[in-house]
Design a protein around this ligand. Structure first.
Ligand SMILES: Nc1ncnc2c1ncn2[C@@H]1O[C@H](COP(=O)(O)OP(=O)(O)OP(=O)(O)O)[C@@H](O)[C@H]1O
Ligand SMILES: [Mg+2]
Length: 302
């Protein structure tokens, strides 16, 4: 599509003139009492910084792909989704339908469990770094001689905590148990691996490797654990095109490869000020997000 026909990216949300109560790197969060309204903007981050340019429709891809997975995994674990239809939202939000349609989700508010539940089927990223240093991933010893991006003998549960800087720190399962309780960690581990296995199998059937992914869980006042946040999106996962898979080095990232390549090419020092992206990098990155959505769901983004 010519760049002139692509809508401008949504970089921040205001609803009836009100700013979000909280802003993540990508999502704007509006507090509605016992419910939250999550709005996925078109912001994109790389190396832990939000870049100066957005990727038009990226927020729709993230929201609609999460909705796709929430629906298909509800037999494994209940989730926070109340509705993604603006018509079901509170009356005072109906006038904001143009902004909210396709990129927002009304969810049950929970107390988030303060660990990130990562499942890894392949040796990459911080897992590969730890393996090179110590032969382990999150403290679990692995066979010697594995190559970067190699498939693991079996998927691993590798919990992490969020540092204040926003950077994730890998922790052992024992440490996770000390943080949130051994019984809870055992349940999160089982859910995380079941969800990963479900997603990886689905993706494999569509020519995509789900190398790893991060889940978040929340507790309801009743004590029930539910799946929250976003699910198996390109932002929370490593997706690799299966036909280009070649262990022994890093794999092309499905979505952010052009962004990373560009940032390397201008030798950005990964400190503010953050760069903006040229139009062609934006357009090609947008195509990648849309392609991931199309391949995984068999549908077009609405
Ligand atoms: N149902 C829910 N109940 C409570 N909090 C939730 C729920 N779903 C998602 N969240 C929280 O909302 C936030 C989503 O925002 P977002 O992912 O953009 O930012 P972030 O995770 O704080 O930062 P990052 O940019 O590093 O991802 C997360 O903090 C997540 O834990
Ligand atoms: Mg997040």
């Amino acid at each position: 599509m010519p760049a002139s026909l692509i809508a401008a990216p949504l970089l921040q949300t205001r609803l009836n003139g009100t700013a979000p109560h909280r802003q993540g790197k990508v999502r704007d969060i509006f507090d509605l009492g016992d419910r939250l309204l999550l709005v996925a903007t078109d912001r994109i981050s790389a190396f832990d910084f939000v870049l100066g340019s957005g990727i038009p429709d990226k927020g729709k891809v993230l929201t609609q792909l999460s909705a796709f997975w929430f629906e298909r995994t509800s037999h494994i674990v209940a989730n926070h989704v109340i509705s993604t239809k603006v018509a079901d939202y509170p009356a005072d939000l109906q006038g904001e339908a143009a902004v909210l349609t396709g990129r927002s989700m009304l969810v049950r508010r929970t107390s988030p469990v303060p660990i990130e539940c990562v499942a890894r089927g392949y040796l990459s990223g911080s897992g590969w770094k730890e393996y090179m240093a110590s032969g382990t991933v999150c403290g679990t010893p692995l066979p010697p001689g594995l190559r970067e991006s190699e498939r693991l003998p079996e998927p691993l549960f590798t919990p992490a905590t969020k540092a204040d800087s926003g950077h994730d720190i890998n922790i052992s399962e024992a440490e996770a148990g000390r943080l949130v309780g051994v019984d809870l960690v055992a349940r999160l581990r089982a859910l995380t691996l079941a969800l990963y296995e479900f997603g990886a199998r689905h993706a494999a059937g569509r020519g995509i490797i789900l190398a790893d992914t991060k889940f978040e869980f929340g507790l309801l006042p009743s004590g029930e654990i539910i799946l929250i946040d976003e699910v198996m999106t390109p932002d929370s996962s490593r997706y690799w095109p299966a036909d280009r898979y070649a262990p022994g080095g890093p794999q092309p990232s499905f979505d952010k490869q052009y962004v990373r390549d560009y940032l390397e090419s201008i030798r950005w020092n990964k400190q503010p000020p953050v760069p903006s992206l040229p139009d062609d990098v934006v357009a090609r990155t947008r195509d990648k997000y849309l392609e991931a959505f199309r391949l995984l769901t068999g549908k077009e983004v609405e």
